[in-house]
Design a protein around this ligand. Structure first.
Ligand code: PLP
Length: 448
């Protein structure tokens, strides 16, 4: 039975809200004053009251080509009519192969193999398991430990929260986390790096902690290091200049795999196909999802080095090399949407577009310096984080209030505790960058 909603036009009805347990949401708070989206086109959502909402977050870091892309909906519709589903185990269909081939053309050199998943979380679980599979196939089965990083977000599987470093995602499950995981220190250093433009100058030495962990455990026991090249979910935390290169040097020296979690940074967010390309550091695996198909259908992919792939393929022909996979791996409809999305990225040169807009975006977001309680602004590519001092009403209250104020006034931004992240679709116009920054400024001033 439909219910009246309290927000906006009182004549509206909305499906009963009791039964949907919403993810990563304060359900009770949300349901008393919901934020509801009903359609999307280009740079804008439309809410249930018919108001346009400027999308300053590409949905949830997904919709890099903007909303309502006809090419994608047509490809989806065509494929679902032709073949809705095909089994993914011991069977194949053309689009999954075509997509893997296309992806290998934009992936870093040497990462030419692709394993399909349905989300970022699944990509992470896949990469961790693949690391173990590789070391076994390579005769180094003692390499089982993982090293993640404080404040890292790698989705919500048990592997992902174990290598992840966000305490709220871990504390409820602390007895069940993976054994044998250590964390590097995070690289957020407001005291030394506040208001840096682009990569922060201080903090390269934090990579050296990896050497200490290797000394502690022995390299022969460590399978992989996993980091986000840029932490998105923890509030846009950038790698200090030279930091990723140093991680690569150390892992390479010790035969440890390096996994970049590019679920957010993949597909143009930083003005290149991958952060790996942008910062010229090639890991052994890259996990992706989200913008791989503009968020149209759940899909993820793990890019795998030729060495890992070839080593795992080295067994008897009839052997299943990797006992892992998902019913929906390489789903034909998701694959169709991804192929259409990659064509848009290429035809409209959206990754280059993001690079071209970077300095304008940087100037715009840094203009917020000096507004009430702004203690740091960080940016790279088309992503920025604006950090506030917590209010005396508790951590996260100020960030939430600014986010809610923006939404009620027509801009969707993302709040993580007292950090607001901006990550607009790569089709954004300069005037829309001005709009989102102005709306954010209004909210910051209003919330105080
Ligand atoms: N890894 C990173 C770096 C992410 O940012 C996210 C989601 O934001 C994930 C993994 C999890 O992705 P999903 O929510 O699709 O499982």
């Amino acid at each position: 039975e439909n219910q009246k909603i309290t927000a906006g036009d009182s004549s509206q009805t909305w499906p009963n809200m009791d039964h949907y347990w919403m993810p990563f949401t304060a359900n009770k708070q949300f349901k008393t004053n919901p934020r509801l989206l009903v359609s999307a086109q280009g740079m804008y959502y439309t809410d249930n009251n018919g108001n346009k909402v400027l999308d300053a977050t590409a949905g949830l870091w997904c919709c890099n080509a903007g909303h309502g892309r006809q090419e994608i909906s047509e490809a989806v519709s065509k494929q679902i009519n032709q073949m809705d589903f095909a089994p993914s185990f011991q069977m194949g269909h053309p689009l999954a192969f075509e997509l893997a081939h296309k992806l290998s053309q934009i992936s870093p050199d040497g990462l030419d193999h692709v394993f399909f998943t349905n989300s970022g979380s699944e990509s992470v679980e896949t990469a961790l398991k693949m690391a173990l599979c590789y070391h076994r196939a390579n005769g180094q089965a003692t390499r089982t430990r993982f090293i993640g990083r404080e404040l890292g977000y790698h989705g919500v599987g048990f592997g992902g929260i174990s290598v992840g470093g966000i305490s709220n995602n871990r504390r409820t499950f602390s007895q069940q986390l993976l054994q044998g995981v250590d964390h590097l220190p995070h690289t957020l250093d407001i005291a030394n790096n506040a208001f840096s433009h682009g990569l922060p100058p201080h903090g390269l030495e934090k990579a050296e902690m990896l050497e200490q962990l290797i000394t502690l455990h022995g390299a022969e026991n460590i399978a992989a290091v996993i980091v986000e090249p840029m932490s998105g979910s923890a509030g846009v935390i950038l790698p200090p200049d030279g930091y990723l290169k140093r991680l690569r040097e150390i892992t390479q020296k010790h035969g440890i795999l390096l996994i970049f979690d590019e679920v957010i940074t993949g597909f143009g967010r930083l003005g290149a196909a991958f952060a790996s390309e942008r910062w010229q550091v090639t890991p052994d695996m890259i996990t992706t999802a989200k913008a791989i198909n503009n968020g149209a259908i759940p899909m993820g992919a793990v890019f795998v080095s030729n060495t890992i792939h070839d080593t795992c393929m080295d067994g008897p022909e009839q052997l299943i090399e990797f006992f892992h996979g998902y019913t929906y791996s390489g789903h034909p409809v998701a694959a169709a949407s991804a192929l259409a999305t990659l064509s848009i990225y290429e035809n409209e040169k959206l990754f280059e577009r993001a690079k071209g807009l970077e300095s304008y975006f940087e100037q715009a977001v840094h203009s917020l310096k000096g507004l009430p309680n702004v203690i740091d602004i960080r940016n790279t590519g088309l992503v920025a984080g604006i950090q506030f001092s917590p209010s005396d009403k508790g951590v996260g209250k100020r960030g939430y209030d600014i986010f809610d104020h923006c939404f009620r006034n027509g801009a969707l931004v993302r709040a993580t505790a007292d950090i607001i992240a901006l990550s607009p679709p790569l089709i954004v116009e300069k005037s829309q960058i001005d709009d989102m920054v102005n709306q954010l400024a209004d909210a910051i001033n209003a919330v105080g």
